[in-house]
Design a protein around this ligand. Structure first.
Ligand code: ME8
Length: 539
């Protein structure tokens, strides 16, 4: 966990969350996708000098976890402890996720506050006792509407299946407590209307609005046929429904009812990142819960699309055996962080293949970016003994590069920092990488170097300074996405000594030309993106 940048004190933090993931199994590529996106977004904002809070964690109650633990012959708590410590936290560390906190729903700081929140709603008359009978999907931990189910085939012939998990639903009949969700439809629609950016992308927003327009049903918020959960405070035969418990993590983790100053400085979230499977929980139930308890609602719920394999949503059951670590050991952690955000438009579905990753790694990272960095460092070494020369003979070609950097920086800041268009932002930066490669190809510094006249040497110095300051800009702009290689490039440019730590470079100023001081010691560091070992195929 690393907090960097110069923080503005006394202001509300830019607060970003991931879903808290079920710990019935180890994390897979889909979980890592959302978590890396949040990490890039929060690193970007930290590097703007903003105060930031990035939260992730684990969802540990409910029937799904309980059954998994039973099947493995351990208690649910033992199961969760093991998975969190041996699988979840280590992966986030491995992927350089700089989260500020990690909340587990079995922690007392969470369970006590959940009870208080639900008790408050009960005292306000927002909760009543009733009965419910309906199909339940344990995979989703959700009562389903009969109309949403699909007909089973093959081994499930004659049964009704959950459309997401493609597994039979269970018919449950229970006495439950209900939250008066149905009363919140009009307020929610008014809120969506007044805040058109609340749900992202647009298609997801329309789906939610149409769903609410059809009329909401009250929500069962307790379960009484098992006990792995937070007890309903006024009726201990019930446990609180796992989704109510889980959604509240976003409040309990930042001091709800415990640390008013922290809560005021952090809550509500500016961005809840979610997969589109859980959008309705975040865009309907969560704001309704908050409105019911007079708490502020979040700024934005942004849904990412599915990572697909063989045309199916990548899930714990159809992972085709690819773990995040299989990819990082082949491509490296930075390339991994970059690839999914680069290859897939955020909000859209996208497929993974070894072939596509290999092709993009080789052409964009190794050839375009990595080679540029090593060529420029090598030439500054060869022609100027590693001491960055001054640009005294700039002309139109240099001006175009300077403008290219300013444009890339402004575009990336808007797209990554504001619009969560990671692909667009990364592309803007890599267009600039291409531009600088084109500039060197045209300027041919290796030929200019043969001209030993003062004019020739001034041109050579100008070309190399221009390329080196461009690399300085790239290191700053790519630091949120690829912190390790950006750091390596920063070192190779000798920038630390004069400009200070890379993470302290304001990303919104990355496009200001000429920051790398003349005289910086440029060294040829390790290759940023080494040649890949034997090719791998998806088939
Ligand atoms: O839903 N493609 O947890 P979960 C993209 N505990 N993203 C994917 C994905 C895929 N194929 N598969 C998973 C839960 N994800 C609840 C959340 S929050 C209060 C409670 C990501 O372990 C995506 O972000 O099933 C999705 O919403 C999340 O993992 C679901 O994780």
């Amino acid at each position: 966990m690393a907090a960097t940048g110069t923080e503005k004190q006394g202001s509300k933090a830019f607060y970003v969350t991931t879903p808290i993931y079920y710990v019935n199994d180890a994390p897979h590529l889909g979980h890592a996708y959302t978590t890396v996106a949040g990490d890039v977004l929060t690193r970007w904002h930290r590097q703007r000098g903003e105060k930031v809070w990035y939260l992730t964690g684990t969802d540990e109650h409910g029937q799904k976890i309980m059954r998994t633990a039973e099947a493995n012959g351990v208690s649910p708590q033992e199961w969760c402890d093991k998975l969190v410590e041996e699988a979840w936290k280590p992966l986030w560390e491995h992927l350089d996720i700089a989260n500020d906190d990690f909340i587990r729903t079995t922690e007392k700081r969470h369970t006590d506050r959940v009870q208080e929140f639900v008790q408050d709603l009960y005292d306000k008359g927002e909760i009543y006792k009733g009965g419910y009978e309906g199909p339940y999907c344990v995979g989703c931990e959700e009562y389903k509407l009969p109309a949403d189910l699909i007909d089973g085939e093959g081994e499930y012939e004659g049964q009704k299946l959950c459309p997401i998990h493609k597994k039979p639903v269970e018919l449950l009949k229970e006495e439950n407590y209900f939250f008066k969700l149905s009363e919140y439809g009009p307020r929610l629609l008014e809120f969506y209307g007044a805040n058109p950016g609340f749900i992202q992308p647009e298609s997801a927003r329309n789906e939610v609005v149409n769903f609410v327009k059809q009329g909401l049903q009250d929500l069962s918020i307790s379960r009484s046929t098992f006990d792995w959960g937070v007890k309903v405070p006024w009726d201990e035969k019930h446990v609180i429904y796992v989704w109510i418990d889980a959604l509240l993590n976003y409040a309990t983790a930042v001091g709800y009812n415990e640390n008013p100053a922290k809560f005021a400085d952090t809550f509500p979230a500016d961005v809840h990142l979610v997969g589109k499977d859980i959008l309705r929980f975040h865009a309907i139930i969560w704001p309704a819960m908050l409105l019911a308890n007079d708490l502020p609602v979040p700024g934005r719920v942004a849904a990412n699309g599915w990572l697909m394999v063989g045309g199916e949503k990548m899930s714990k059951s159809n992972l085709t055996g690819i773990k995040p670590q299989d990819l990082t050991s082949h491509f490296g952690v930075d390339a991994y962080r970059w690839y999914f955000l680069r290859a897939i438009a955020f909000g859209q579905d996208g497929s993974f293949s070894w072939e596509d990753f290999t092709a993009r790694y080789t052409s964009e990272l190794a050839n375009d970016y990595g080679n540029l960095a090593s060529r420029v460092a090598a030439m500054v070494g060869k022609y100027f003994g590693g001491e960055l020369p001054e640009a005294t003979a700039s002309d139109a070609a240099e001006k175009a590069v300077q403008e290219g950097l300013a444009k890339a920086a402004a575009t990336a800041d808007r797209l990554i920092g504001e619009e969560l268009d990671f692909q667009g932002g990364i592309l803007a930066i890599f267009d600039f990488v291409k531009q600088v490669n084109g500039y060197l190809t045209e300027q041919e510094p290796w030929k200019v170097a043969k001209d030993t006249s003062p004019e020739g040497q001034a041109r050579l110095a100008t070309i190399l300074y221009t390329a080196a300051d461009s690399l300085r800009g790239m290191a700053v702009l790519l630091n949120a996405v690829m912190p390790r290689t950006s750091e390596a490039l920063w070192e190779s440019l000798g920038a630390e000594a004069s400009l200070g730590a890379l993470a302290d470079q304001p990303v919104q100023n990355a496009g200001v030309w000429g920051q790398l001081p003349v005289g910086s010691t440029v060294t040829k560091g390790a290759v940023l993106f080494p040649r890949l070992e034997e090719p791998k195929t998806t088939a």
